[in-house]
Ligand binder design. Structure first.
Ligand SMILES: Nc1ncnc2c1ncn2[C@@H]1O[C@H](COP(=O)(O)OP(=O)(O)OP(=O)(O)O)[C@@H](O)[C@H]1O
Ligand SMILES: [Mg+2]
Length: 379
């Protein structure tokens, strides 16, 4: 996959910007706060329809403007594709592929694939559970485009269910109408949620194999990495040893779990179980890494995960996704830096941001095109 051209209008600190990429290895060079991460964010947004750092769409629109526009020309399977997004809240985003409007995310996603690896990812283990869910959801959305539609649907039903819980006003004794209405929502949310949990388990099971191999290599065969999905519905799923649970079986666990939690849900006026509350844990040599692993060991895990994501997406779509590396090299020691740079295949288009080019070795710089970024402009 090759990203040829990127156009931005009123995105973050860019007024209007066009950039042609000619090579596979690209460095975006600039001082702090010039727009390097913003540019990677725009590519990520084009690929995933969401930002890796904004909580809502308004944040990515240039201050003082009402809307933003992004488009990309890319080559995938030797075919030219143009994708574009107009962001104009509170209206729905206008998404197009080759000039044709798409009405669902799944029709849009799957054209541009990216793996983003930034400094904040290095905190994945110590971060909030929502960071780890976002990591998982973004990766799965790129492989199964329908996943993002499912997540949206799940979240919509969850909001409706929470509104219903609010109507109960803390009263645990529900009348028949209330019970019936709740059971309709329970059924809908559990069908949606079971699918999400199933796909997350499936993804982790596959990534476990690749990530473990990579982790072993970086840690000089000393460390054994195991991923675990911690579900509020189905309990802990060891990605190496547990069998993937099919959605029908997950539905059964849902029923049990709802029965057990109903009073807590009425008291707290929220849906307290489901994939929106699940988490992922990481074990090194059977010890939970979040609290025990050193910073370097945690970085090794994230590096192994990101490189696995790259391999995994490539295995599925048959082409390497675009790799976005945001300031991350400077945060890795020489061993991990070299492992990362040596792992990047020649045909993987890689866009790296940096404030200082002197840290790169000369051999790597030979095939690199450098773009200077200054106050939202490419120089
Ligand atoms: N919606 C927005 N409208 C206008 N400017 C914005 C918007 N969002 C962010 N900015 C500005 O964009 C600038 C560049 O941000 P960016 O994160 O891309 O910098 P960077 O070049 O990656 O810097 P660093 O090297 O520090 O990571 C910041 O000064 C920020 O205030
Ligand atoms: Mg930055």
């Amino acid at each position: 996959m090759f990203l040829k051209k990127l156009k931005l209008i009123n995105f973050r600190n860019y007024d209007s910007c066009e950039i042609d990429f000619t090579g596979n290895k690209i460095i975006l060079l600039g001082k702090n706060a010039q727009g390097k991460t913003n540019l990677l964010e725009s590519i990520y947004y084009l690929a995933t329809l969401s930002s890796f750092r904004a909580n809502n769409d308004s944040e990515v629109i240039k201050k003082g403007c009402n809307s933003a526009f992004l488009s990309a020309e890319l080559i995938k399977n030797d075919t030219d594709i143009e994708i574009s997004i107009a962001i104009n809240p509170p209206k729905q985003k206008l998404i197009k592929v080759n000039g044709l409007k798409k009405s669902s995310y799944s029709q849009y996603l799957g054209h541009l694939a990216v793996v983003n690896f930034g400094v904040s990812d290095l905190l994945l283990l110590r971060g909030a559970p929502s960071d780890r869910r976002r990591w998982l959801d973004d990766a799965i959305s790129q492989i199964y485009p329908a996943y993002k539609d499912r997540l949206n649907k799940y979240n919509k039903i969850r909001t409706q269910r929470n509104n219903l819980l609010k109507e109960f006003k803390g009263n645990f004794h529900l009348n028949k109408v209330q019970k019936d209405t709740l059971s309709v929502f329970d059924e809908q949310i559990s069908i949606s949620g079971s699918n999400i949990i199933h796909l997350r388990q499936k993804y982790l099971k596959e990534v476990q194999i690749i990530a473990n191999l990579k982790h072993k290599k970086i840690s000089l065969e000393e460390e054994d990495l195991v991923l675990e999905y911690n579900s509020t519905i189905t309990g802990n799923f060891n990605a190496r040893e547990s069998e993937i649970i099919n959605p029908e079986k997950i539905l059964e666990s849902y029923q049990e779990a709802f029965k057990e939690k109903i009073n807590e849900e009425i008291a707290r006026i929220q849906t307290v179980i489901g994939p929106h509350r699940d988490d992922v844990s990481f074990y090194i040599n059977n010890i939970e890494a979040k609290s025990f692993a050193s910073q370097g060991q945690q970085r090794t895990i994230v590096l192994a995960l990101k490189l696995s994501e790259l391999d995994f997406i490539e295995n599925i779509i048959g082409e390497s996704p675009v790799l976005l590396l945001d300031d991350v090299l400077a945060e890795l020691d020489k061993t991990r830096q070299n492992y990362l740079l040596n792992s990047i295949k020649k045909d993987t288009q890689t866009i790296i941001t940096t404030t200082d080019i002197s840290g790169f070795n000369e051999k790597f710089l030979e095939d690199v095109t450098v773009y200077n970024i200054e106050s939202g402009k490419i120089i």
